[in-house]
Design a protein around this ligand. Structure first.
Ligand SMILES: [Fe+2]
Ligand SMILES: [Fe+2]
Length: 216
């Protein structure tokens, strides 16, 4: 059954009513992305709902997973929209795209540190990933908070990987997903190779992602 992803995301933002002006940040991000980056917004809407469902199935913080999923690619807002128009991405363009993890952390860090850390980490949790490292975490972040950030960022990272694999038209031939695909690996095999300790999250996310499968 088709679902109205955008409407569902808007309803969630209002219903969760998060502190720290996170609802305003989320609405501002979606309003900006809708103008210049509609493909990115459609992707982050799906990742938000997917991460929320996986967190729910695992008994984790669904609100944290939803907002971390929604805002994980915030840094793409400052990149040219031509990078996301579906053409084959060159090595130089891929380097430019990779800057979004740190940009997202830098921008969101001014507003909501937990979500900023998840954005910075979402490409750093797989082999040969990029972005923030734990060494870059600001001082004063407690160990329990680091544990929770890693927990939620892992869910978001895997949901992001799955959504990009199943929906993205832009060809990132230098990315781990494209290289694994070229070697004939299934999505599950690819995920297990990239996130060897997270089979539980992978299987829950793959099962849930069927709901968001492209129509064609
Ligand atoms: Fe990303
Ligand atoms: Fe993403």
């Amino acid at each position: 059954m088709a679902i109205d992803v955008s409407r569902r995301v808007n309803n969630r933002i209002t219903r969760y009513s998060p502190g720290g002006n996170l609802d305003h940040t989320a609405k501002l991000y979606r309003a900006m992305a809708a103008i210049r980056h509609p493909q990115v917004m459609a992707h982050t809407d799906r990742v938000a709902l997917l991460a929320e469902k996986v967190a729910q199935a695992m008994g984790k913080d669904t609100k944290a997973a939803f907002f971390a999923g929604l805002l994980h690619d915030f840094g793409k807002i400052v990149l040219p929209d031509t990078l996301f128009d579906g053409h084959n991405i060159s090595a130089d363009e891929y380097t430019n795209i990779k800057s979004h993890a740190i940009s997202g952390f830098d921008i969101l860090g001014e507003f909501h540190m937990f979500t900023a850390l998840c954005a910075g980490l979402h490409h750093a949790l797989y082999n040969r990933g990029y972005g923030l490292t734990i060494d870059d975490f600001p001082s004063g972040i407690t160990l329990p908070l680091i544990k929770k950030v890693l927990e939620i960022a892992s869910i978001v990272s895997i949901c992001d990987f799955i959504d990009a694999y199943t929906h993205r038209k832009t060809k990132l031939k230098h990315s781990p997903a494209s290289q694994g695909k070229a070697q004939g690996q299934s999505l599950r095999e690819l995920l297990l190779a990239q996130y060897p300790g997270d089979a539980n999250i992978i299987d829950l996310a793959l099962k849930t992602n069927c709901e968001f499968a492209p129509a064609d």
